[in-house]
Design a protein around this ligand. Structure first.
Ligand SMILES: [Zn+2]
Length: 592
């Protein structure tokens, strides 16, 4: 460690700061294909907010709720042509690299305007209090006055600078852009501001950026090289009276779009170094891009660095969604969800034959209204509403292999099947589990396209709620006193999506699956699952047929033996045979 870092770390420990955190649950972009498309975790802000609250780095009084930025404030930076075009799904679809059918315009603009409103409000507040402000969505640095792009419909930083300038702030502004991509939109938006300094440390060279103090690090640059270059950039930064820091989450090694190679610890060092340099300077911190499963940890880490000067890592096995849903579940009483066991007047009437038997209890416990209440409390109906559905209802019946749950929702006067699950209680390896025969998450409003190819087994695109569904099934198993959840993934992509919680019951099968994941790393998931389905994947040189065996998420003890997993994983090799007519893949879109 460099002595300078150690010095800053000591200073951070001594100075516990007040920090404001700007956040709204609507920060989750309602674009169902984004997770599979860009590796973007739409709940990054949720996860960071939940963690900062839970570890008490930020007290409830530190949280701020944003308001949507008015169009007059956007118009200080952006042309009216651009602002008008943001009302078209096609413009926003191009910005996010998805199909227009996947863009609910008003909901997406609500998210973007809330984030932008927060950056503006955070700048005003920090100028008054000097306490650093962290906005959990923003740093849209690719948007220029007349052009949107790279996940950035508008430029929140430029809009905030314009707002405080209009309100009479004349001091020097510094934008320290530590996203893995260069600040092309910020450079254009601030070029006429004589008191604005823009510094950038990135891993991609997009050509000259006039007016920007730019450092481009070589591909894969790690913590040491990064922190050294950052120290040099901070030395060149003139002392500002207002700073914006884009603490990009895409600096991590393994990011889908960023090319740097930082560790989580390195990203935290970065934030501590900058926070110390900006001690006493009003500052607004923004997350920028981040296209990996761990990106939320960078953002939560920025909050921990700002609030407590903390170098403490976030526990590796901490699953924010599982923790969150467990908390909601603990608040739901059996009476909220199902049968209390008490005899009601209706039961009596049914028993006497005065009333037809209407109530069917799912797995002997849940009523349909109990299920609807749970889905509301877990926030699933809110998400479905943002995707364009309403008037939800649950229905239960029996379907061949087990009991069936169906969730319906209306769109444009028509009722659609959105969720279908078939399950039963069954014993696996001697443990009674929730056995899931079938899960289908359907988004009939969305369409397949070149951006969103049909995955094997899909009749319409998915809802982007696979993780929520898995976590809710686990809560259901806990509620019913079961030892786990078991699925039989019919296709590679289902097993791949489930792999963080689920593993194959048969250790050798798990070993082969891990080998397959290892050998197909770098192949886009859609292409990989198609190749497996079409028999274009070879196992030790011979065509491999997908094995839809049982995968378990054990809630108590795990009956597996890791030794056999490793042996099989190291024994086998998979190779991908390209399709005869394969074209080279299109280049990845520039990230935020
Ligand atoms: Zn980026």
């Amino acid at each position: 460690m460099r002595p300078r870092t150690l010095f800053y770390r000591l200073r951070c420990w001594l100075h516990r700061r007040d920090v404001t955190v700007w956040y709204d649950p609507a920060y989750r972009l309602p674009v169902s294909s984004l997770p599979s498309r860009a590796g973007l975790q739409p709940r990054r802000a949720d996860f960071a907010a939940w963690w900062l609250r839970e570890c008490r780095a930020v007290l409830p009084r530190g949280f701020r709720t944003p308001r949507r930025v008015p169009y007059q404030e956007l118009a200080r930076v952006h042309t009216s042509e651009l602002l008008e075009s943001l009302g078209n799904p096609e413009t926003l679809a191009a910005v996010f690299g998805v199909d227009p059918s996947d863009i609910p315009v008003d909901e997406v603009m609500n998210t973007i305007r809330l984030a932008c409103g927060a950056t503006v409000a955070a700048a005003r507040e920090t100028l008054t209090t000097r306490a650093p402000a962290l906005n959990l969505l923003g740093g849209f640095h690719h948007a220029a006055p007349g052009a949107a792009g790279g996940f950035c419909p508008v430029n929140d930083v430029a809009v905030a600078v314009a707002a405080v300038r209009a309100e009479g702030f004349g001091g020097r502004v510094a934008v320290l852009d530590l996203d893995a991509h260069p600040p092309d939109g910020i450079a254009l938006s601030l070029e006429s501001d004589p008191d604005a300094w823009v510094g950038s440390l990135s891993g991609s060279d997009w050509g000259p950026l006039p007016g920007v103090d730019e450092t481009v690090l070589p591909e894969g640059a790690g913590d040491d090289d990064y922190l050294e270059a950052l120290g040099a950039l901070l030395d060149r930064m003139p002392r500002p009276r207002l700073a914006f820091v884009i603490a990009g989450g895409d600096v991590l090694a393994g990011d889908r779009l960023g090319r740097l190679g930082l560790t989580l610890g390195g990203a935290r060092e970065r934030d501590l170094l900058v926070a110390s340099e900006l001690e006493g300077v009003p500052s607004v911190w923004l997350p920028g891009g981040g296209y990996s499963a761990a990106a939320w940890r960078v953002l939560a880490g920025t909050g921990m660095a700002l609030a407590a000067g903390s170098v403490e890592p976030i526990p590796e096995d901490y699953d924010p969604l599982a923790e969150r849903f467990a908390g909601i579940s603990a608040d739901l009483t059996p009476a909220d969800l199902g049968d209390t066991g008490e005899l009601t007047a209706e039961d009596l009437e049914e028993a006497l034959g005065i009333r037809p038997r209407g109530r069917r209890l799912l797995l002997g416990f849940y009523t349909t209204s109990g299920m609807e209440h749970a889905l509301y409390r877990y926030g699933v109906f809110d998400e479905l509403q943002r995707l364009g559905y309403g008037h939800f209802r649950a229905a239960f019946d029996t379907a061949g292999l087990g009991e069936r749950i169906r969730i319906f929702g209306e769109s444009e006067g028509e009722e659609h099947l959105l969720v279908e699950v078939i399950l039963e209680k069954r014993r696996v390896l001697g443990v009674e589990v929730l056995y899931v025969h079938w899960v289908s998450l359907r988004h009939p409003r969305a369409q397949f396209s070149e951006h969103r190819p049909r995955l094997p087994g899909q009749d319409v695109p998915g809802l982007g709620l696979a993780r929520e569904t898995g976590t809710m099934l686990a809560r259901m198993a806990v509620r019913l006193g079961l030892g786990g959840v078991v699925i039989r993934p019919s296709h590679y992509h289902i097993a791949y999506t489930a792999r963080h919680h689920f593993s194959f019951v048969d250790p050798e099968r798990q070993g082969r699956f891990e080998a397959l994941v290892r050998d197909l790393a770098g192949v886009p998931l859609t292409e990989a699952t198609e190749a497996v389905t079409e028999g274009r994947v070879l196992l030790d040189g011979k065509p491999y047929t997908w094995e839809a065996d049982e995968m378990a998420y054990w809630l108590r003890e795990s009956p597996e033996e890791p030794g056999e997993v490793v042996r099989e994983r190291e024994r086998v090799r998979f190779t991908l045979v390209p399709r005869a007519d394969a074209e080279s893949p299109p280049p990845a879109a520039g990230g935020a």
